[in-house]
Write a protein that binds this ligand. Structure first.
Ligand code: ZN
Length: 108
């Protein structure tokens, strides 16, 4: 189960990523109850409107230790959203690499 501190840190992580490498739309993270086999998902709300934004939903049952890596993965989906149709194709891989080095190589 994520703690309040874990959720705060997750939101800070996402905020930092959106500042350092902006996606096509603003991104927001929500911690909520998802089905048992789903740890996280990302979708666009209001696609095609000025208010379009990425919504990253994270399973609230997740331990805090996994939140940062999960946000890295989901934000890579935001960055590569319009680049390819495949979920985890080469564009996703490039985006994930960039996000990973921002978060983990530079000790953010
Ligand atoms: Zn994925």
């Amino acid at each position: 189960m994520t703690t309040e501190e874990g959720r705060l840190h997750g939101r800070q992580t996402l905020h930092r990523l959106t500042e350092e490498t902006p996606s096509a739309h603003p991104a927001r993270v929500i911690f909520c109850k998802l089905s048992e086999d789903c740890w996280a998902e990302t979708y666009i709300m209001d696609e095609g409107e000025n208010t379009a934004r990425f919504i990253i939903r994270i399973q609230r049952e997740m331990d805090d230790d996994f939140v940062k890596g999960t946000i890295a993965h989901e934000y890579a989906h935001c960055l590569s959203w319009y680049w390819e149709d495949a979920d985890h194709g080469p564009a996703f891989g490039l985006a994930f690499s960039k996000v990973w080095s921002l978060l983990f190589d530079e000790g953010v």
